[in-house]
Design a protein around this ligand. Sequence first.
Ligand code: ATP
Ligand code: MG
Length: 398
Amino acid sequence: LDNVFIEALPVLNKLNSAGFEAYFVGGSVRDALLNHEVNDVDIATSAFPNEVKKLFKKTIDVGIEHGTVLVLSGEHSYEITTFRTESTYQDFRRPDSVTFVRSLKEDLKRRDFTINALAMDGDGVIHDYFNGKEDLNSRLIKAVGIPDERFNEDALRMLRATRFAAQLDFEIDRHTTEAIKKHAALLSHIAIERIQIEFIKMLLGKSKNKGLLYFIKTNLYAYCPGLDKQGLEGLISIEKPFENEIQIWVSYLMCSTLMPTEVRGFLRSWKLSNKNIQDIETVYMTAHERLHKQISKETIYKVGKRLSLETENVLALLKYDSNRRLVEKFYNDLPIYSKKDLAISGKDLLKLTDQKAGIWLGDLLDRVEQAVLDQEIENDYSQILKWITANQLIPKQK
Ligand code: ATP
Ligand code: MG
């Protein structure tokens, strides 16, 4: 039994002692059997949420309408979810109501894939009603039950199949693949936020190309906003795994048929955060600039170290010339990193004149900044003052 399970055992035991069934379920069991690192362990139980809350001192209602209670135990917290079935599916999305049941098998039946429908009890015994272990061994992603039905219930599962293929380097079972092909269009009923999460998890997977090939072959991509084959094939041609979202989106944009003017709308349609959109646009524009321009100190100053390095990363992924070390060197050699670093401030400048603060002051600071960056002068109070006076840049001396 993996350490993360042993740490969680007291929680299982407490439920058991009170007469309830309780199991580790889902991704943690799958990952443990694959000898992968196990992150968060989820627990399923026959106890109803109010019964769970009575048993544990510290609980948080994180999704009580779905039967999930967060139990705080020592330094850890565990999501404990009551066995449930999802009876009413509307519009091919998650169910809007669930029914609590007392049977493990019923609970496992509503799960997406056989490898995710395994449960493990406190003795380490695996409860496998849907041949999940066999599919783990054959490295197969197979829907629990009839694939057509399962994807009609929740269309996101189709995308999750490609995500798990990419993360685990598994194939998708033939019948499951056929069903995805048939129902791909149902993906358009799913909120883009949920699609985005699975899409990014797929591309961060160690076998992203396996996922991408299914994603294209089953036509799922056609029901995601603005994706074109050329961009996706560009991603396939990248050999190294992606390290983060910025690399993914910029690489995609560099390969796709999207025009630069369409980029913002595209990123917005994926409902990325404003911060992400800004970073992605910056790296995208800097990478374009770098295709016909050497690395420049000006750009590094403007863009900052993190995004300048990310630009070089993307260029490297796409097999263009890149030079992270030169970026590091240029960055370290910069005399200042922002206006705030200037040895003279707006306040200092105001003391030298009768003029009130105004546009002139910002302009003057800009010129000082440029002179320091161009190493015309050093970032030194008296040198800057001398330079300002010599060039008669102060409006009216006191
Ligand atoms: P990860 O390591 O990415 O967290 P995971 O298998 O734990 O992988 P989650 O999205 O955290 O994936 O879901 C936990 C479990 O809940 C899954 O293993 C599966 O049993 C079930 N599950 C999650 N989403 C769905 C869904 N859309 N339909 C059916 N079952 C689902
Ligand atoms: Mg999980």
